[in-house]
Write a protein that binds this ligand. Structure first.
Ligand code: NAD
Ligand code: LMR
Length: 338
């Protein structure tokens, strides 16, 4: 705490700050929706050199928003300056996919960025830094980042699957004609890709004050086990086909949800989905960045244990793990061939 009673500012980094996700992200962060309405911050905005002019325009807009929590803005193309003393990092800067591509097609181009930024975070960020990888392929970029930042605790790395989590909630809510906040405890397992497993076997929906299992409320197991899963798995591609650009507003909102819950905690008996470094839970290889249901308290997440895994679920958990193992091999090859 500063002597005035105000909290000391924290250092918050956004990479890809001149891009479309960052444009939706910056205001929510500056306005206290992630770190709290009483938490001042200094923003560090990183992008590549040709985008520095665009960043100046963004700074003018941040100034014009007149937000008291913003105590300073650093714009830079230099990783040391960007990650110096970082408390929280949103790694958005990476190439987005175009129509017809899978996210893993971005591996060769994007993995180099995460090798370089991992090395810089290792040297310059606080050891307590909380890191969220958004740039695709998010799980494997996060794995590479962690690999090149060995001095940062493994539990400080994460990647974004909250967008898929929010999409799953929205699909269930729309089917039942209820508000999305009535739906809780959906799970995204595995990769942020078309092999992810959106799972509502433990999810509930609150109708007239009573929590009912989603399977009982929807009463259509066939839809829940096929169309629902496929809609969520392919939602990113559907947005690209319609917008000719990948999702940005919803990705920024999900990034804020993810970091807010990590910073401030989840509700009792509720969980959210986060890509985290696996500790071997649910038969997943230790060290892979895999999306799990997590509960968060005092800034630390714990993977929800003991959820049922039948043969059908096991097959889906393994399929998405297999893709992550293949991505890991390709990514490590790409970083060593430079
Ligand atoms: P964008 O092209 O609008 O912006 C990307 C920005 O990153 C650009 O300004 C670019 O100059 C910058 N950049 C490139 N290399 C950089 C580097 N080395 N350091 C810093 N900045 C760098 O893209 P976008 O729509 O904002 O998407 C960004 C990434 O997020 C893409 O990879 C996209 O696929 C991914 N994404 C992930 C999710 C998710 O749920 N995990 C959701 C949506 C998008
Ligand atoms: C998304 O899920 O919308 C993003 O990962 C962008 C994409 O490539 O689908």
């Amino acid at each position: 705490m500063a002597t005035s009673g105000q909290k000391e500012p924290i250092h918050v980094v956004i990479t890809g700050a001149a891009g479309q996700i960052a444009y939706s992200l910056v205001y929510q962060i500056c306005n206290g929706e992630v770190f709290g309405k009483d938490q001042p911050l200094i923003l560090h905005l990183l992008d590549i050199t040709p985008m520095l002019g665009v960043l100046q325009g963004l700074v003018m807009e941040i100034d014009d928003c007149s937000i008291p929590l913003v105590k300073g803005v650093v714009t830079t193309d230099n990783e040391e300056q960007a990650f110096k003393d970082a408390d929280a990092v949103f790694l958005v800067g990476a190439m987005p996919r175009k129509e017809g591509m899978e996210r893993k097609d971005l591996l060769t181009a994007n993995v180099k960025i995460f090798k370089s930024q991992g090395t810089a975070i290792d040297k310059f960020a606080k050891k307590t830094v909380k890191i969220l990888v958004v740039g695709n392929p998010a799980n494997t970029n996060c794995l590479i980042l962690a690999h090149f930042a060995p001095s940062i605790p493994r539990e400080n790395f994460s990647c974004l699957t909250r967008l898929d989590h929010n999409r799953a909630k929205a699909q269930i809510a729309s089917r039942l004609k209820v508000s999305p906040d009535a739906v809780k405890n959906v799970i995204i397992w595995g990769n942020h890709s078309a092999t992810q497993f959106p799972d509502v076997r433990s999810a509930t929906v609150n109708v007239n004050g009573t929590d009912t299992p989603v399977y009982d409320a929807i009463k259509d197991d066939q839809w829940l086990k096929s169309d629902f899963i496929s809609i969520v798995q392919k939602r990113g591609a559907a947005v690209i086909a319609a917008r000719k650009l990948s999702s940005a507003m919803s990705a920024a909102k999900a990034s804020c949800d993810h970091m807010r819950d990590w910073w401030q905690g989840t509700k009792e008996n509720e969980w959210v989905s986060m890509g985290v470094v696996s500790d071997g839970s649910y038969g997943v290889e230790k060290g892979l960045v895999y999306s799990y249901p997590v509960h968060i308290k005092n800034g630390r997440y714990s993977i929800v244990q003991g959820l049922p895994v039948d043969d059908w679920a096991r097959e889906l958990l393994d399929k998405t793990q297999k893709e992550l193992l293949e991505e890991k091999t390709d990514a490590l090859k790409a970083t060593s061939s430079e």
